[in-house]
Design a protein around this ligand. Structure first.
Ligand code: NDP
Length: 523
């Protein structure tokens, strides 16, 4: 067993303090001086391997700037990575839980020391402002710390309760599954990337990890951290590449035992389908964990504290430009307070500063051209489906910088069946819906195919209790923003088309990556 203090989430850095802002700016300058243009090769069997082709990371807030690059894995690299991971599995699975957990704890200690460096790189690579980058790196550290401790519960023959039966010894053993594939998104390129690999490896699996194309550098930096922590060769095979090519090859491969995917609904459903197909030589039914998109609603009723409610709406709707699966993309307001609440919401959003991550702007640029085009097309749809209350333009530039800038936008009086009330936009665009009363508001909130996060701002106890039972989401929040789940505190995962609800950062999560063997000896 590990001898360590109980798990506690990391505190966030307070950026109202001048010295913390200064430290962040110094980290940005250092990363600019030392890492701009850095190239991250593949890592297969502990060895760096470069490829003929490269994937470039560009700064979303200034698209003329190339931040760096990663290698671009080929199908042969994927084959080698999978074969090497199975080879490494033979050794890694024999390590004790605490020995594996120590690698995570050491990695957490290193990441704590390199916290601002990781933040600064994310600011440049995906455009996160200081607080958004900081809470994410804190979450990454939390995943390492939390899963290391959780693993202790599964050590040994007596780890799971079984009923005594006279004349026999009965018990359960938790065993790792084998080699899994992790495919992660760009919007939490540090925390989700780390969490999706840390959980399976700490219980003895080996992983082939494919980060998103837009955020390969921060993933590469996390590999630096893991290797510095002493991770044995082959346990994590780092394979940046193109989703439709190398990602597809990995998810359909007969030697992939399980798939952990976080990303969009459509890609997730596609993976679910292809992973279900048996291939010649395949000896197992793949387990598939899918954590997908959202169309998350916050309800504000007539009893709510307007200040609390509007703050929750601004933070939930526009944190990291609405590019969170948990983002409040629908605001449902009860008719009797609609005008006053929405009026205040619009005022607050108009005051948000648009700019670069480096300037620590409240709203920065969306991640890439594809996202920009998608958000722009929804703005056009939105103009027809509702009334633009603020914003409404995808400008593509800000203060002389060319980037994927979209004005923070609120579209009001939208029908609950409208496309902008049903489809995930993934940008700084909030759809506002008018509900006749509380009952109607809850009905609207439950009227999409998604079910990730949701919230209610109300001072009516009975309504909160009703929402607790009937609001169909995996993560429900009262009288606060609906984003920012903390590892171990708010285990995270969605219902319905938002995913398989594997609840990352929760007490059930590690169990996903193990199988149980029941062993009986008759005396
Ligand atoms: P995508 O689904 O576009 O991509 C996710 C990952 O899948 C990327 O690494 C991508 O690679 C890869 N990929 C794409 N096509 C395939 C394929 N055919 N086979 C295998 N892999 C493939 O999502 P985004 O990266 O744009 O992320 C945003 C989405 O993620 C949003 O919908 C958001 O709601 C969701 N999300 C959900 C979370 C949750 O916990 N529920 C948390 C965070 C985000 P490439 O980069 O090369 O395209």
């Amino acid at each position: 067993m590990l001898k360590i203090e109980p798990y506690r989430p990391q505190a966030f850095i307070d950026f109202t303090r001048a010295e913390n802002v200064q430290a962040y700016q110094q980290a940005l300058a250092k990363v600019r001086a030392e890492q701009l243009g850095r190239h991250f090769p593949l890592i297969i069997n502990g060895q760096a391997r470069d490829t003929a082709q490269r994937l470039l990371s560009t700064n979303p807030c200034d698209t003329s700037e190339v931040v760096g690059s990663t290698a671009k894995a080929t199908i042969q690299d994927a084959e080698d990575a999978l074969a090497g991971a199975w080879e490494a599995f033979n050794g890694w699975k024999t390590w004790t839980m605490d020995a594996r957990a120590r690698v995570l704890l050491k990695a957490a200690a290193i990441l704590k020391r390199r916290r601002l460096e990781a933040c600064a790189l994310m600011t440049l690579e995906v455009g996160k402002n200081y607080a958004e980058a900081d809470v994410e790196v804190a979450e990454g550290i939390d995943f390492l710390e939390y899963y290391a401790r959780e693993a202790m519960r599964y050590e040994g023959f007596g780890a799971a309760e079984t009923t005594w039966y006279d004349g026999e010894e009965n018990g359960l053993m938790y065993l790792p599954l084998g080699v899994g594939v992790s495919i992660s998104p760009w919007n939490f390129p540090c925390a989700i990337f780390l969490g999706m690999l840390a959980a399976p490896i700490v219980v003895g699996n080996c992983m082939v990890v494919k980060p998103a194309e837009d955020s390969g550098m921060i993933a590469g930096l996390m590999l630096d951290v893991l290797m510095e922590a002493g991770l044995p060769a082959g346990v994590v095979q780092f394979l940046p590449g193109v989703g439709e090519e190398v990602g597809e090859h990995l998810t359909t491969h007969p030697r992939t035992r399980f798939i952990s995917f976080t990303g969009s609904r459509n890609v997730g459903l596609h993976i679910n389908e292809v992973a279900a197909k048996h291939k010649p030589g395949q000896r197992f039914i793949k387990r598939v964990f899918l954590e997908l998109g959202g169309k998350d609603a916050l309800i504000i009723d007539e009893t709510a504290d307007p200040e609390v409610a509007v703050t929750a709406a601004v933070q939930g709707g526009f944190g990291f430009n609405g590019q969170k699966c948990s983002a409040m993309s629908r605001l449902v307001v009860v008719d009797s307070v609609y005008d006053s609440v929405v009026g205040k919401f619009v005022e607050r959003v108009k005051a948000l500063k648009v700019g670069t991550g480096e300037e620590n702007a409240g709203v920065t640029a969306v991640v890439n051209q594809e996202s920009f085009d998608k958000v722009r097309s929804y703005l056009e749809i939105g103009r027809a489906e509702g009334k633009v209350l603020t914003g409404g333009e995808a400008t593509g530039n800000n203060n002389g910088k060319t980037g994927h800038y979209v004005q923070p936008t609120i579209i009001g009086d939208v029908d609950a069946t409208a496309r902008i009330a049903q489809e995930e936009i993934f940008g700084p665009v909030v759809t506002v819906l008018r509900a006749r009363d509380w009952t109607h508001a809850l009905e609207i909130a439950n009227s999409t195919e998604y079910g990730l996060t949701g919230g209610v701002c109300s001072r009516d106890r009975a309504r909160l209790e009703q929402a607790r039972a009937e609001f169909e989401v995996g993560n429900l929040y009262f009288n606060r923003k609906i984003t920012g789940a903390i590892v171990g505190v708010q285990p995270f995962g969605g219902y319905n088309m938002s995913g398989t609800d594997s609840k990352a950062g929760g007490p059930e999560y590690l169990g996903n990556f193990m199988q149980l063997k029941a062993v009986t000896e008759r005396w």
